[in-house]
Design a protein around this ligand. Sequence first.
Ligand code: GCW
Length: 701
Amino acid sequence: MRRSLALVLLLVSVLVGGSTRADDGYRLWLKYDRIQGAALQRAYATAFTAIVNTESSPMRQVAVEELQTGLQGLLGTKVPVQKQASGKGDVVLQLNAQEQVGQEGYHIYRKGNQTIIAAKTEKGLLYGSFGLLRHLQTLRPLSELNITTSPKVQYRVLNHWDNPNGTVERGYAGSSIWKWYDLPQVIDPRYKEYARANASIGINATVVNNVNASARFMTAEYLHKVKALADVFRPYGIRVYLSVRFTAPRNVGGLSTADPLDPAVQQWWNEKVKEIYSIIPDFGGFVVKANSEGEPGPQDYNRTHVDGANMLAKAMAPYDGIVMWRAFVYKADPNGDRYKAGYEEFKPFDGQFDPKVLVQVKNGPIDFQPREPFSPLFGQMPQTPLMMEFQLTQEYLGFATHLVYEAPLFKETLDSDTYVKGPGSTVAEVVDGSLHGYTRTGMAGVSNIGSDRNWTGHPVGQANWYAYGRLAWDHTLSSEQIAEEWIKMTLTRQPQAVATIKSIFMESREAAVNYMTPLGLHHIMGESIHYGPQPWLEKSQRPDWTSLYYHRADAQGIGFDRTKTGSNALSQYAPELQQQWGVLENTPEKYLLWFHHVSWSYKMDNGRTLWEELCYRYYGGVNSVEQMIRQWDSVKGSVDPELHADVASRLQIQKREAEWWRDACVLYFQTYSKRPIPDDLPKPDRTLEEIKELVRIYQLR
Ligand code: GCW
């Protein structure tokens, strides 16, 4: 009885109210909710009364479908699609070879009462359609409808670290969205939503499996599953790529070796690639993690990265595919410096890779820390296209419990000056090819997407996916602008609330750096799981997996000397940077402990000692989170209640964990500094042993 009453009520509320359902985040930033405000509503409604499309093709069809859905949602009226222009209120999709845009770019402009989306290719039309909708979703005036834009890099890639069993390495948003056991017969509707979201920000490549790769994906059985995904993604301009296990010829090919110089191995790969293209004609190519963290690679056969990468590139020769070879390598050497490993192994190979190879480099030299200087490889391999690899999933940024808007992190790396061709030779210009004239360019982001209803676990994780795509398209966009777009498209369009949320976003990354790893500390997190603080980690399977290896705290001070008196990792950078970062007084405080072992009594710019400043940073980080909580509270009426409550609860966890970090690090480093916590700061109300116990609980099996 009760149940049927509830059902009736539900039905009535859906019929009457339409949107009584709370916002669960599933629609991402493609919400298209009705625009409020009479003036803008009127202006938009008369400007867009029909969609004019003369050709039919799968890509045009999805562009038109998106425009129709979007306009209907935003304007509240159905907008018809027609073949003929009506002269006013038309949105016209127009191919035009003369447009001054790149192959994927577009030009949107007003011509009389019409809006023209012009491009050289259908892909440009697709991106332009999303571009127009974004303009309206963010409430920009019609008078500003004159947009010319083309992507700055060619391969705009999402890397999924998704395993065949449905788990996601470093994934915090549920399980994999790929249902390998159901494919190819069952096509989850999510695949299409995923493609729409990516197309809307210009992502054109997806690597669907983990770089710690299973050879399974090289079997016909699995290639047909991958093909089913490729078929869904194709109209959205997205090509599918696979991570390969270097020993696949042995694992699934029946060969006794995977030596890249062995003719039988080469033959196997040639045939495998041929088979792949017969199944997926627009297959994008391979990603390879070789001789890194135990993964197999050419060095197992006394061959080099070049031998391995070029063998795969040769197999790709007849096709339009590429090989993305990762430079994330380091050896367990207690006397070495992991910082230097990528450069040492790869720099000597500059100019030797096949033209189809891009070397994929993580933004920093260690591993996606809250803050890292840019990897010294950028700028130092002028003859080898280097791709940027960012991490969207928050492996070192508090998983899905911390609100950290990552665009400022991405921008910090991209805007860094390498000085390799004089001042102003930024990392972004290395990556977009303009500095060294790379013929291929790319950016990869390690995905934060999972099966959670809202895709990313933390609702703000969506903003990181969004920001990554926008920056891969155009690295000159500002973090603020991207934040504002996403907030307006996803959370609220009320100006005051937008401003407040934007300010939360903009302070969030620095807050995390302060409560986790201020002043250039790095790699002091929980062992293996990478959750919570563990600066006291002194022993592990490998020396470079401990915390001590990195912070080097002792009675005198703290930090890793990477100058000439230490590991001299600095020698891998341009002389200008060696001079800046090599001298303690000239080193930006944010990088201090990356490059110097600094005395506890060292005087900082503000007159405090290093020890005092370290304490203030940790306490400041927690204060920032408290401030974020208050700010988020203040926008309660402007954001969907369910979503608001979700973020509010996560902020509470973030505060609790920021306090762990603070207490753990201050108390632990105090055992070396032997100095008091400054008087005006409250003392931790627990002991170091108590926090150690907390961290231990999370590491129990
Ligand atoms: O960040 C580290 C992660 C590993 C990951 C590795 C990599 C896929 O802890 O889980 O493995 O980097 O980038 O290869």
